[in-house]
Design a protein around this ligand. Structure first.
Ligand SMILES: Nc1ncnc2c1ncn2[C@@H]1O[C@H](COP(=O)(O)OP(=O)(O)OP(=O)(O)O)[C@@H](O)[C@H]1O
Ligand SMILES: [Mg+2]
Length: 770
């Protein structure tokens, strides 16, 4: 049987295709009967998607903790099917199914962890986290079920009914090579894996069942059906589960809270700069603008706001009125790096006023009409290339002879780029046009090439190329920014978005909580954790509400005291870990080590706990280059700080508990070794590290010294906290003598602070130990 499976992305193509419909790769015919499918080759193909530029897939992983999305598939009634088939036939059938599942997983950069006879276990987020792993898994599952419908048709006559169940769940697991001797496997261990497997068991044939945490993360783009609660074997709480139905929208543009959004805050200069560029466009001058900044800083929202307010922002008369601007939107997908011309084809769809789901016939007619209107007789020179780009086949003779078939791929590429330039140049000559290119940091290479080619059009037509992107100097998008900056300085504007200043961030939080008079402590927690990033601010606020750390009573927000362990909001965890995972292995482990020291860390300390021969300076400059840490001070000593405390927490969260203990011990020892003459200053810090290292004796010694020191400085709250922590260790140890002394000191602290009830209770506890 001849199959046309793309060697690059594993998509199944129609048997007469020359290029892959998914990634554009030239197709090679493979005789599937000769092809051995084994775990190794499937795994290799499943990681070849590698759409984000992570370091090589072979990075050594000792073991780490991480939130991972787990997907299970299983063939329904496989024993009954197998019984009716010859084993060789059954093997063929299973291979075909595995190949389709693998192709779908690979498309979204998932990883096949195990082939389980007739089922598959796959991870999204291992070894590398993507910010949208739940969505990737959901889309892969939808693709799997769609491909199974096709496969069942192919199997007609051999198998009566061929269906799969799919289950998806995400949760924290421990990942690593597990096994003994020669036989090791990269596995995930944790309850989340069992839950995913249970969900798969709950699914009807052909259905995809997901847990509540997945549902929450994907509901903006994927339609779901609430299936209610199920009691799962071995689980105390029932599981709320949902069935995946279909994709609602291709992707949601703006990050953040679903539902109502807060009104726009601050960004006066950015609005002014973007407005000035658009004004030039309305005067007929071509423009190139990049809006740069980290995830969630507000790039998309800035553009949305300016578009909304454009007639107010450009108040003067211009040759082209602002309302006449033709906006064409294209957006790269995080998992779309292998889809050639994805962004550009979106611009074409936008220009035709059509959505990507339109039947091909309609698209073909609309394209021909538009190209003819723009180019008249010359349409035939452009149409074949644009048709090919949109995956439309031109019947011979329909629009003249199809010139494409005889071209080499180099010439075809060249002509396609040329046709695109001609097309958008003409479009802009009719009315001023803005090509909005969102999330260019994920763009596919062919779209990038086309954008690069089109930069020069801005010298000839009222065209604005507007690029929104995160900073990633290792991605092709950065090259475009550099080219625009150096070759077109006369047309170029760069808007670098940074953190919201505290006043704006405060106003923003006030708007989110609909309260301008927030208690200081709430505001403090929110602002310090989110550091002026609006997306982080939104998610932290939502997390605090969901966790019950803040509640509203009679219209006033209050803390409930349940703010001890704030944790990282689920939606942010992926964004943060994806950034960390993009680092090279050794740089990443330096970041993890630094995270154990704390939000800010002295160079000397990091050096002391690092393993011998690493290039610490090199690592730190890389970390600064990608904006994860900053130099905090050079004098009196070199010190760095994590840009976001959430990044520090995310890096820390990936360390196995055992490793954390070991590193805290090293930090504690290094601290007391380096700062011998200033140890007093560091009692609290030393206590913290030895507590986390579970070195009880040292922790106790420092907690009590820290308590005594702060008590003498009249810092009552701190002193009480240290003594309380000491008691938490002493009581299980049964060390009554020291416990008694500590209760007495605690009593004294309360008494001096006029907290007589608490003092009374502390003294009583002390006397009870006599
Ligand atoms: N100035 C602002 N006023 C009010 N809300 C804002 C502001 N800036 C951003 N937001 C909100 O913050 C969230 C994140 O913003 P946005 O999606 O624009 O970020 P982004 O920089 O485009 O991120 P990404 O790189 O992930 O695309 C959104 O919910 C947005 O509505
Ligand atoms: Mg955006």
């Amino acid at each position: 049987m001849h199959q046309l499976i793309c060697g690059n992305c594993q998509t199944t193509n129609a048997t007469d295709s020359i290029f892959c419909k998914h990634c554009g790769q030239k197709l090679v015919r493979v005789d599937s009967s000769k092809e051995e499918v084994n775990l190794h080759s499937l795994r290799r193909s499943a990681s070849s998607g590698n759409q984000e530029n992570f370091p090589g897939p072979n990075r050594e992983i000792e073991g780490e903790r991480k939130p991972v999305t787990i997907l299970f598939t299983d063939i329904v009634g496989s024993t009954a099917i197998a019984e009716k088939l010859d084993p060789e036939e059954w093997k063929e059938v299973i291979q075909g199914a595995h190949r389709r599942v693998t192709a779908a997983i690979s498309r979204y950069d998932g990883m096949i962890a195990q082939l389980l006879g007739d089922g598959v276990l796959a991870f999204f987020g291992a070894p590398h986290t993507h910010e949208d792993d739940p969505e990737r898994a959901a889309r892969a599952a939808l693709d799997i079920q769609a491909s199974m419908i096709e496969y069942q048709r192919e199997l007609l006559g051999l198998v009566q009914e061929f269906k799969m169940r799919v289950g998806i769940h995400s949760g924290e697991v421990v990942l690593g090579e597990i096994g003994a001797g020669e036989h090791t496997e990269y596995l995930a261990i944790g309850d989340a894996v069992n839950i995913a497997s249970r969900l798969e068991g709950l699914a009807e044939p052909g259905q995809i069942v997901v847990s509540e945490n997945i549902a929450q993360r994907i509901s903006a783009t994927i339609e779901l059906q609430d299936l209610g609660e199920f009691a799962a074997k071995g689980k105390t709480d029932p599981l709320r589960v949902y069935a995946l139905l279909k994709i609602k929208v291709e992707s949601s543009l703006i990050q953040g809270l679903s539902g109502e959004r807060s009104s726009y805050v601050g960004r006066v200069d950015e609005i002014k700069n973007l407005g000035a560029s658009l004004l030039s466009l309305c005067r007929g001058q071509g423009q190139i603008v990049t809006i740069l900044g980290e995830a969630g800083i507000g790039k998309s929202r800035l553009l949305e706001h300016v578009r909304d307010q454009l007639t107010k922002i450009i108040a003067e008369d211009t040759p082209y009125p602002p309302a006449s601007i033709h906006w064409l939107d294209g957006r790269a997908l995080s998992f779309g790096g292998a889809l050639s011309y994805w962004m550009i084809s979106q611009l074409l769809f936008a220009d035709l006023g059509l959505s990507a789901q339109i039947p091909k016939v309609k698209l073909k007619v609309a394209l021909r009409r538009r190209v003819t209107a723009l180019f008249g007789e010359a349409a035939a020179e452009i149409l074949p290339y644009l048709s090919q780009l949109l995956d439309l086949d031109l019947a011979p003779g329909e629009d003249g002879p199809n010139p494409i078939q005889s071209l080499s791929s180099e010439t075809l590429k060249h002509q396609t780029l040329q046709s695109l330039s001609n097309y958008f140049s003409k479009v802009a000559q009719v009315q001023p046009t803005v090509l909005v290119l969102e999330d260019v940091h994920w763009a596919d290479p062919s779209s990038l090439r086309a954008i690069e080619e089109m930069l020069a059009l801005t010298d000839r037509a009222p065209l604005m190329i507007l690029l929104l992107m995160r900073i990633n100097p290792n991605h092709g998008s950065w090259g475009i920014k550099l080219k625009a900056e150096t070759d077109f300085p006369h047309r170029y504007t760069e808007i670098h978005m940074r953190q919201l200043p505290t006043t704006d961030a405060t106003e923003f939080v006030g708007q989110l909580l609909r309260s301008q008079a927030l208690p200081e402590e709430i505001l403090e927690v929110i602002l310090s954790r989110s550091e002026g990033n609006p997306f982080y601010l939104e998610e932290v606020v939502r997390h605090l509400i969901e966790q019950g750390s803040i509640i509203q009573e009679n219209g006033i927000w209050q803390t409930t005291g349940a703010s001890g362990d704030l944790g990282i909001p689920d939606s942010l965890h992926g964004v943060l870990l994806a950034r960390i995972d993009r680092l090279e292995g050794s740089v990443r482990s330096t970041l993890q080590m630094a995270s154990v020291i704390g939000k800010s860390f002295q160079y000397r300390l990091l050096e002391a706990i690092s393993d011998g021969d690493i290039d610490l300076d090199g690592h730190l400059s890389q970390l600064q280059r990608v904006g994860l840490v900053w130099e905090k001070a050079r004098l009196p000593e070199l010190e760095y700080i994590f840009k976001h405390s959430l990044t520090q927490e995310a890096a820390y969260s990936t360390l196995l508990h055992e490793r954390r203990r070991e590193l805290h011990q090293r930090v504690g020892q290094a601290l007391s070794g380096i700062f011998t003459d200033r140890e007093e200053e560091f009692y609290g810090l030393l206590a913290h590290h030895f507590e986390a290292a579970e070195d009880h004796e040292k922790a106790l010694a420092y907690l009590i010294q820290a308590g005594d020191k702060t008590r003498h400085e009249d810092a009552h709250i701190e002193a009480a906290d240290y003594y309380q922590r000491a008691l938490n260790i002493l009581e299980p140890l049964g060390d009554d003598q020291r416990a008694r002394a500590t209760w007495l000191k605690l009593g004294l602290v309360y008494q001096t602070n006029f907290e007589f009830d608490a003092a009374h209770r502390a003294y009583e506890a002390a006397f009870a130990l006599e």
